[in-house]
Design a protein around this ligand. Structure first.
Ligand SMILES: CC(=O)SCCNC(=O)CCNC(=O)[C@H](O)C(C)(C)COP(=O)(O)OP(=O)(O)OC[C@H]1O[C@@H](n2cnc3c(N)ncnc32)[C@H](O)[C@@H]1OP(=O)(O)O
Ligand SMILES: CC(C)C(=O)C(=O)O
Ligand SMILES: [Mg+2]
Length: 515
């Protein structure tokens, strides 16, 4: 009988570590809900000791997610474990994920300890974590460069101490598939109590081996795969879960395994993660790239027309990609929009149909036909700007000319106050409106990245602006979307102001609680 492979998603933890700006709590909740809908078994939602915002996000996700297990990361320190447990207090079955470097390099040059101290730290922390939950995972950080004897020793002790899952990370993406398979096979051969735990792997993609290494680990007996959507993660990223999931589906008869993933949700989840994390997907990315199912050369097109399977190993429908039979224009109604969103894999609870319809009509009047990418952008970028936000742009007027001054006038609602500002600069219209908005919001921010692109194709594509802004020690990411690129730029900055404002409210609440 086929065995189950547990899919463990760390987009919100390892994936987030690689982003230029940390995710707001709302974005984290939206991603977690998307992962839950995809059938992810375990969602690693954060590292609660790392910041009050992360703690709060773990706390809120623990309340909302009921069909996936919730997991939080902790170092082998009592305080980390206690905070992780507290943040997940309302989760149905919380998992504490402990990690500790086990390679000589990490032990000596990073942790400044010896091997027996590491074993003691591991034993103490598993014991401590078990006070809060029965579900403890222990990761041997840098296992890919750990001596096999040391690895077998520490894995045996960790299982004996009560860890139910043992994770073998190739933290720096060092190994190649034959080596990594050998590590897992050796553990199964030499660790006497290995069958009392699930063996998990967590691969990084520094040499482009993450998916290959994870599959080779499954061949050797691993039954949990850790990874992220779109392969986000430290440096070159983690194992891309969509790749693993589809590889396991296609080769299920060879590998004798299955997963509980709802394949139809893959495309939608990938797009949501890409939008909210400000990480575009490469055109040629396996499974979810725009070109993954398109055929450009004559011989391939001829072959596909004769029989799709000549050049396709996957049916695009299987991951939720469906072509659109409806022509969506300003003559379309709510029913058509709801229907198309459903076909694209979204539930009515994912978006607000009334707000989406208003935005849809405005856009449809401007550009005629509305495509899927417009609809998704309106639903998942515009609706980030919930109508109850603290800062709201009421009006702007911008003028600029060749080799001359640019001037911007704005009216910004700041809560109940109306703030009117004007700014003039030689740096162009975006800088002019940013200076005026800054004068109104009064946050001492530094703009670190400004990226403008066309969302869609042709002259009626929407302008999409992504910015990263530094405020105090933290980076914030904002997205703006509009047919007018100045409006899109302004909206991106206002979204950042709203996130800063919200994070200040969270900090204030936590300060009160701590007093
Ligand atoms: C492989 C991975 O992906 S591991 C996860 C990595 N993720 C992150 O680091 C993101 C979140 N991190 C953070 O917010 C911060 O680094 C914190 C809050 C965890 C710690 O912040 P600080 O207390 O300022 O420590 P700093 O980050 O400078 O250094 C890390 C410390 O943790 C120690 N440490 C590292 N791993 C472990 C571990 N598994 N168990 C116990 N201690 C550890 C280091 O030795 C170092 O201690 P030292 O200062 O005594 O040398
Ligand atoms: C915390 C651990 C599992 C990790 O991310 C790594 O080793 O890459
Ligand atoms: Mg990692």
């Amino acid at each position: 009988m086929n065995q189950k492979v547990i899919i463990f998603d760390t987009t919100l933890r390892d994936g987030e570590q690689s982003l230029q700006a940390s995710l707001s709590i709302n974005k984290k909740i939206q991603i977690a809900q998307s992962l839950e809908r995809m059938g992810i078994d375990i969602i690693e939602v954060g590292f609660p000791i790392s910041s009050p915002g992360d703690y709060k996000a773990v706390q809120m996700i623990s309340q909302k997610i009921k069909n996936s297990k919730i997991c939080s990361l902790a170092r082998c320190l009592k305080e980390d474990i206690e905070i992780a447990a507290k943040a997940m207090k309302n989760a149905i079955s919380p998992r504490i994920h402990l990690f500790l470097g086990t390679s000589t390099l990490h032990i000596q040059s990073k942790l400044k300890k010896n091997f027996s101290e590491i074993v003691d730290m591991m034993l103490m922390s598993i014991k401590w974590a078990k006070r809060y939950t029965n579900d403890v995972e222990f990761s041997c950080e840098d296992a890919g460069r750990t001596s096999l004897d040391d690895l077998c020793y520490i894995v045996e002790k960790a299982i004996h101490a009560g860890a139910k899952t043992i994770n073998i990370p190739d933290t720096v993406g060092y190994t190649i598939p034959t080596q990594f398979k050998n590590i897992i096979q050796t553990l199964f051969l030499k660790v006497p109590n290995i069958h009392k735990a699930i063996i998990s792997v967590h691969c990084h993609n520094d040499l482009g081996m993450a998916t290959g290494n994870s599959i080779s680990a499954i061949e050797a007996g691993a039954r949990q795969i850790e990874g992220t959507i779109n392969g986000l993660g430290e440096r070159a990223g983690n194992t891309a879960l969509e790749e693993i999931i589809m590889a396991l589906k296609i080769h299920e008869k060879t590998l004798n395994v299955y997963t509980n993933i709802k394949y139809q949700e893959i495309s939608r989840t990938s797009k949501i993660v890409s939008h909210l994390c400000n990480t575009p997907i490469a055109l040629n990315k396996s499974i979810v790239g725009k070109n993954a199912f398109s055929h450009s050369s004559g011989i391939h097109q001829d072959g596909v027309l004769k029989n799709r399977e000549n050049y396709e190993i996957l049916d695009p429908n299987s991951i939720g990609l469906k072509s659109c039979p409806l022509n969506l224009t300003s003559r379309s109604g709510r029913a058509a929009i709801k229907h198309r969103m459903k076909e694209l894999g979204y539930l009515e609870t994912d978006y607000n149909l009334d707000i989406l319809y208003i935005d849809f009509l405005k856009l449809a009047d401007k550009k005629g036909q509305i495509f899927d990418y417009d609809l998704e952008a309106l639903a998942f970028i515009n609706q980030q700007q919930v109508k109850t936000e603290f800062f709201k742009l009421e009006y702007f007027h911008v003028e600029s000319k060749l080799s001359g001054l640019a001037t911007a006038s704005i009216i910004l609602l700041c809560g109940k106050k109306i703030n009117i500002q004007k700014s003039t600069t030689y740096n162009g219209p975006v800088d002019a409106i940013y200076q005026a908005l800054n004068k109104a919001a009064l946050y001492p921010i530094v703009l670190k990245k400004f990226h403008l692109e066309a969302n869609g194709e042709g002259k009626d594509a929407l302008g999409k602006v992504d910015i990263v802004v530094k405020y105090k020690c933290r980076n914030f990411h904002g997205i703006g979307l509009a047919t007018d690129i100045i409006e899109a730029s302004a909206q991106a900055l206002i979204n950042v102001f709203n996130d800063i404002w919200k994070s200040q409210q969270v900090d204030k609440k936590l300060e009160k609680l701590c007093k």
